[in-house]
Design a protein around this ligand. Structure first.
Ligand SMILES: [Zn+2]
Length: 269
C-alpha cells in the first residue's frame, strides 16, 4: 500500500503532537505499521518516536521550571498516570515529595535544606535528615557539600553541650595521638576557650577554670583531737606541714576521717 509523501508528513506531525505510538498513528490513518515504516524510509520522512515520561519532562522543563508545576498538572498535560510521572521525576532527580497537591521539589533543594541544617545546628547529615524528617540520600548531600567546598567535619561536633561548654564550629585541632582540641563557649561566663575533646567526653571538664573555681564548694575540716577548724582542705594543706597533697588528702577525707601524725582530720558535715 503506497503512502503519499503528503500523508507521511501529516502522520509525522500527528506523531509529534500526540506523542502516540507509530502503530496507533498507522491505525488512525488507515495504513499498516509496516507500510508506514517502509514509505517513510523511501521518502526520508522522519517519524518521531514516542517519548517516555522522562523524555517529555526533559523536553519541556528544566530543574528550575519544574518547581513551578504540580504533579497533577503534569498528569493532565501528558495524559499519563501519576505513577509514570513520579517515576520519571525520580529518574531525573527532580522529585522527592510524591503528593499531587504539592510542588515538585528537586533533589538539589532537599540536599541544600539538609546542608543548611547541618551548618546551623551541627551534627552529621544523617542526624539532619532525621531531624527534618526528609527522604534523602546522605551521600547526595555530602557530594553537594563537597561541591560547595564545605567541610562537614567542621560541623560534626558543633553545638554539642558538655555541662556549660558548647562546642563552636571550626576545624578541631589534632593533638597528642588520639585527641582533638576544639573551641568551646563557656555558658557560665561567656568566654571562649580551647578545650580537649577527651576532657569533655569523660566529664572531667564541664566549664572554664574560672567558673569551676567559683562553683567549688569549700568544705571545712576539723581536727578531732585539737578541735581546730580549717576553712577548707586547701587551707589545711597550706597550714599544717607534712600532709599529703591536696588531691590525695581530699579523696581520703571524702572516704572518712584521716589520721596523720597522731591527729585525726575529718570533714565537717
Ligand atoms: Zn566560664
Amino acid at each position: 500500500m503506497k503512502i503519499s509523501i503528503e500523508k507521511l508528513r501529516e502522520i509525522s506531525s500527528y506523531l509529534k503532537e500526540s506523542n502516540c505510538s507509530r502503530k496507533a498513528a498507522a491505525t488512525k490513518f488507515g495504513v499498516t505499521q509496516a507500510s508506514l515504516l517502509y514509505w517513510a524510509e523511501v521518502h526520508h520522512v522522519a517519524l518521531p518516536k514516542r517519548l517516555v515520561a522522562r523524555e517529555l519532562l526533559q523536553r519541556d522543563y528544566t530543574a528550575d521550571t519544574i518547581r513551578e508545576v504540580q504533579v497533577k498538572d503534569l498528569v493532565k498535560q501528558y495524559g499519563l498516570p501519576n505513577k509514570s510521572i513520579n517515576t520519571a521525576l525520580q529518574q531525573l532527580s527532580w522529585e522527592v515529595a510524591t503528593s499531587t497537591s504539592i510542588r515538585c521539589y528537586t533533589t538539589k533543594d532537599i540536599s541544600q535544606t539538609i546542608l543548611d541544617d547541618v551548618i546551623a545546628n551541627g551534627g552529621n547529615v544523617v542526624q539532619s535528615i532525621k531531624r527534618l524528617q526528609l527522604h534523602a540520600n546522605p551521600s547526595t548531600v555530602r557530594r553537594l557539600a563537597e561541591k560547595q567546598g564545605i567541610d562537614l567535619n567542621l560541623y560534626r561536633m558543633q553545638r554539642q553541650r558538655f555541662g556549660l561548654w558548647e562546642i563552636l564550629p571550626g576545624k578541631p585541632e589534632q593533638c597528642y595521638v588520639a585527641d582533638q582540641r576544639v573551641k568551646a563557649f563557656c555558658h557560665g561566663c561567656g568566654t571562649i576557650h580551647s578545650v580537649l575533646m577527651c576532657n569533655l567526653r569523660s566529664g572531667k571538664s564541664t566549664r572554664c577554670s574560672s567558673c569551676a573555681n567559683k562553683a567549688r564548694v569549700t568544705q571545712p575540716v576539723t581536727c578531732i583531737e585539737t578541735g581546730e577548724i580549717f576553712r577548707s582542705i586547701r587551707q589545711l594543706v597550706n597550714t599544717v606541714p607534712y600532709l599529703p597533697g591536696y588531691h590525695t588528702l581530699r579523696s581520703q577525707l571524702k572516704k572518712g576521717p584521716v589520721s596523720i601524725n597522731q591527729l585525726t582530720y575529718q570533714l565537717v558535715a
